[in-house]
Unconditional design. Structure first.
Length: 107
């Protein structure tokens, strides 16, 4: 089994990519995770790209993410997988964020 922290990071990024909970989730992520030390460097790059996009639809994110991630030096990220996770509730995302911030390597 893989690293559970990396899996939590993927789930949060997936929810952000699919824009399931719109601007409230983007705001939560932006405020809560801006100083989080991502375990996976590619996840940090994805997060930064997502936060730099204006409030975007999932279609817009799908269109822009590959190019923007490649420009950041991650041309081989399997970003499509982020759109394949099952949907999770806003409260589940909030719980994942809380758990990430409590991991020893988060600062």
């Amino acid at each position: 089994m893989g690293d559970p922290v990396i899996e939590m990071e993927r789930q949060i990024l997936s929810a952000l990519c699919r824009a399931e909970h719109g601007e409230p989730l983007r705001h939560l992520a932006r405020e809560s995770l801006r100083f989080y030390r991502w375990r996976e460097p590619a996840h940090e790059a994805i997060f930064e790209v997502l936060m730099a996009l204006p409030a975007a639809s999932p279609e817009n994110i799908r269109e822009q993410l590959p190019t923007r991630i490649t420009r950041r030096g991650f041309p081989d990220i399997p970003w499509e997988q982020l759109f394949q996770y099952p949907a999770i509730s806003k409260s589940e995302v909030e719980e994942l964020v809380r758990q990430l911030l409590q991991t020893p390597s988060s600062r």
